[in-house]
Design a protein around this ligand. Structure first.
Ligand code: C2E
Ligand code: MG
Ligand code: MG
Length: 449
């Protein structure tokens, strides 16, 4: 069992070159094969939460270098490591009895590095992302181990989890693709290699579908799919989020104006990034896009997550008021996942509360889960807001939401997001149809804003 809790100030094992680390991995694999033990490779990356820091803060590089060079204080004597560039390192853990020990070690490394990085800082400013691959479970030779640990580290970068164990193909059911590299995501952003799909929203009061949420889709030429939140996160880190958001808005407005020419006046919701709220030019840019495409502003809803409205409250409130003055609608996205700081929300000029999928998913699980959603819908109505449920997947969920007098639903039960070219055909097929069955409840008086 690796002793990962012992005195951190131990004799430092030296930092190796890449070639030395591969040789050490080869030896560790041979030794593990002979003894029936395991060994693991960890790829560690330190990622500033805000990439702007890299450009503006001189202390960044030295703080990261210092933390990485303190690694020997965390590692066992038998462990080996190499520093790769300014923010990455690769660690070899030989002689493990099982994979769980590699995970334990990764947690210890993550904790120690995070503590060193945050010394003298008021709040954590970096994520420590660790990918793990083990011999013999994931690869039989050093390069395979390193590659798989690197893939797992990228997976961590795109996910909520900072530590990721490589998942072999069988465990992934062969269905999950390896993540795109950062360079590929940047290429997708610079070449605008993305488009929008539209997910219908249905009003429960009358079964009509007048609005849709525009969602980004991006697939590289080699077939790799880049999830929309990853595309947005990299755009945020690279200072490209204003361009991405305005491209998305312009694409959605052009689409609305095309559909209007076909005689169908739809409403569209567009997602903003929290970073957009720092942009003093945003309201002007939104106003001019709306004027360019000659779309009525009230047909446009801008969605923002709750936390982005609460951080820098004064700045956010000023910008939201400017957006509201243009005439667009504002929605709180993913409500229920963040601060739920209602006293603040009340002061903001929002029109709509989108109840997060994580609450909706469990709406039928227990009376308490049901009450939570009911309370959220009631809260929206008490503040004069339109309540939208996200992630509605089954008829019983829809019926429960209808009984709660939720105003609008969105989810796979109605339809997954649809390509723009197919949208009007879908609408024609479904608009007049009863594609879900409203329960017998009297819905007169449902709050609508
Ligand atoms: P979101 O704004 O909360 O979007 C809803 C997500 O739920 C979408 O995922 C949608 O495809 C998915 N979804 C819809 N119905 C169901 C359902 O019934 N069940 C389940 N499990 N999922 C459902 P998607 O398209 O992958 O988008 C993920 C997130 O990426 C979005 O969450 C949004 O935060 C972000 N995003 C998407 N497009 C943009 C964009 O243009 N700009 C920005 N800044 N972020 C975007
Ligand atoms: Mg959204
Ligand atoms: Mg959402």
């Amino acid at each position: 069992m690796p002793d990962l809790t012992s005195d951190p100030v131990r004799t430092a094992n030296a930092c190796l070159s890449r070639a030395q680390l591969r040789e050490a991995a080869r030896a560790a694999i041979l030794e593990a094969a002979g003894s029936g033990r395991h060994c693991a490779v960890l790829v560690v990356a330190v990622e500033p939460k805000d990439r702007l820091l890299l450009l503006t803060e001189d202390w960044m590089d030295s703080r990261i270098a210092h933390a990485l060079h303190c690694l020997p204080g965390t590692l066992r004597e038998a462990d080996r490591y190499a520093i790769l560039g300014q923010r990455h390192c690769c660690i070899l853990l030989p002689g493990l009895t099982n994979v769980a020990q590699a995970l334990l070690a990764a947690h210890k490394i993550s904790r120690d590095l995070s503590e060193r990085l945050s010394e003298r800082a008021s709040e954590p400013w970096a994520r420590v992302l660790i990918g793990i691959a083990c011999h013999p479970d994931h690869a039989a030779e050093p390069d395979g181990l390193i590659m798989r640990a690197d893939a797992a580290q990228q997976q961590a970068e795109w996910s909520e989890d900072d530590i990721f164990l490589f998942l072999p193909d069988a465990a992934r059911g062969g269905a999950v693709e390896l993540p795109a590299s950062r360079a590929e995501v940047l290429e997708a952003l610079t070449s605008n290699a993305y488009h929008l799909v539209y997910q219908p929203q249905v009003e429960l009061g009358n079964g009509r579908c007048r609005s849709a949420e525009a969602l980004l889709r991006c697939r590289l030429r080699n077939g790799t799919r880049i999830p929309p939140d990853v595309l947005a996160r990299v755009a945020e880190q690279e200072g490209r989020i204003a361009t991405l958001t305005m491209n998305v808005l312009n694409m959605a407005l052009r689409q609305l104006s095309e559909w209007s020419s076909d005689g169908v006046d739809l409403h569209v919701s567009v997602n903003l990034s929290p970073y957009n709220l720092r942009d003093r030019d945003l309201a002007g840019a939104v106003a001019s896009a709306i004027a360019t495409w000659e779309v009525e502003p009230e047909r446009v809803t801008l969605e923002l997550v709750e936390s982005s409205m609460i951080h820098n409250f004064d700045q956010a409130a000023a910008l939201l008021n400017r957006l509201k003055a243009i005439g667009v609608r504002l929605a709180v996205d993913d409500f229920g996942t963040g601060y739920s700081c209602l006293a603040y929300l009340r002061q903001l000029p929002v029109d709509e509360l989108k109840v997060d999928q994580s609450l909706i998913r469990h709406v039928l699980r227990s009376p308490a889960d049901r009450q939570l959603v009911q309370a959220t819908v009631d809260l929206a109505h008490n503040f004069g807001l339109h309540a939208v449920a996200e992630g509605v997947e089954t008829q019983p969920m829809l019926e429960a939401l209808s009984a709660m007098r939720c105003d609008t639903v969105q989810g796979y039960l109605i339809s997954p997001p649809i390509e723009a070219d197919d949208y009007l055909a879908w609408l024609a097929d479904h608009q007049a149809d009863v594609f879900f069955h409203l329960p017998e409840t009297d819905r007169a008086g449902t709050a609508q804003k």
